[in-house]
Design a protein. Structure first.
Length: 240
């Protein structure tokens, strides 16, 4: 596998807009289908969502998917058919394993402020597992200037929450201006700029941009201003 770098600009994402939701899709989602952009590596969904105050997603089903949610601003209230409930806020990692089937709702409990979050989906290694839920808080100090393993199923990886996929880890970092980081080496790497601006090996990246790297050997990013990045390290692809 030869090294490739593909930059996907924020403005090129498909957008779903309703009176209460603005959802920007890194991959095909819902009514927006592009056969050339259904996934990357193991990552099937990466939606950058803004939900208006006192609204949200009514109860709906999922099956056989590992769903990771990372809130950037505001808070998101979760309830599901397994009896799990919780409020997700910046720094709190959340995972829902849909397994054999689960119903859940996601609501913005604020009456005044929107909530912005990134929701990401990967398939589990084994279909038909029992549904489950997990959340865990990560301190601001931990995230400051370093990549933190937020969700992982990789053996030996100490992550805040687990996912049922042995080949991938989601890392998150918050960077101050001038901070430099070396990204993991992996066959497939997906970098999403959740906020701020940075450079990656000299390429300029802005909020909402994403980079897809194959055979990554340790690309370097430098923050131009305060930034937050989400990085999927993947050691397999769908169909492997």
């Amino acid at each position: 596998m030869s090294t490739t770098v593909q930059i996907r600009r924020a403005a090129d994402r498909e957008v779903t807009t309703t009176p209460w939701l603005t959802s920007r899709h890194s991959f095909s989602f819902g009514d927006h289908y592009d056969p050339a952009n259904t996934h990357y590596g193991l990552l099937l969904v990466s939606n950058d969502d803004v939900v208006a105050s006192a609204t949200g997603f009514d109860t709906h089903p999922h099956r056989d998917m590992e769903i990771v949610t990372w809130v950037l601003d505001g808070s998101l209230e979760h309830r599901d058919s397994e009896g799990n409930s919780g409020v997700v806020y910046p720094g709190l990692a959340q995972r829902m394993s849909a397994g054999t089937g689960i119903f859940h709702s996601e609501k913005n409990p604020s009456t005044t402020e929107p909530v912005r979050f990134v929701q990401m989906w990967v398939q589990p290694d084994v279909l038909g597992i029992d549904p489950s839920y997990q959340q865990h808080e990560i301190s601001a100090d931990e995230l400051d200037g370093r990549l933190v393993a937020v969700a992982s199923g990789m053996p030996g990886q100490d992550a805040a929450i687990s996912i049922n996929n042995r080949s991938t880890t989601l890392h998150v970092a918050r960077l101050r201006p001038g901070h430099e980081l070396t990204l993991p080496s992996a066959p497939y790497l997906h970098l999403f700029v959740a906020r701020g601006q940075l450079t990656m090996d000299g390429a300029e990246l802005a909020e909402g941009d994403a980079v897809r790297l194959t055979a990554s050997t340790g690309a370097k990013v430098v923050a131009r201003d305060a930034a937050e990045i989400l990085v999927w390290e993947m050691h397999a692809a769908l169909g492997d």
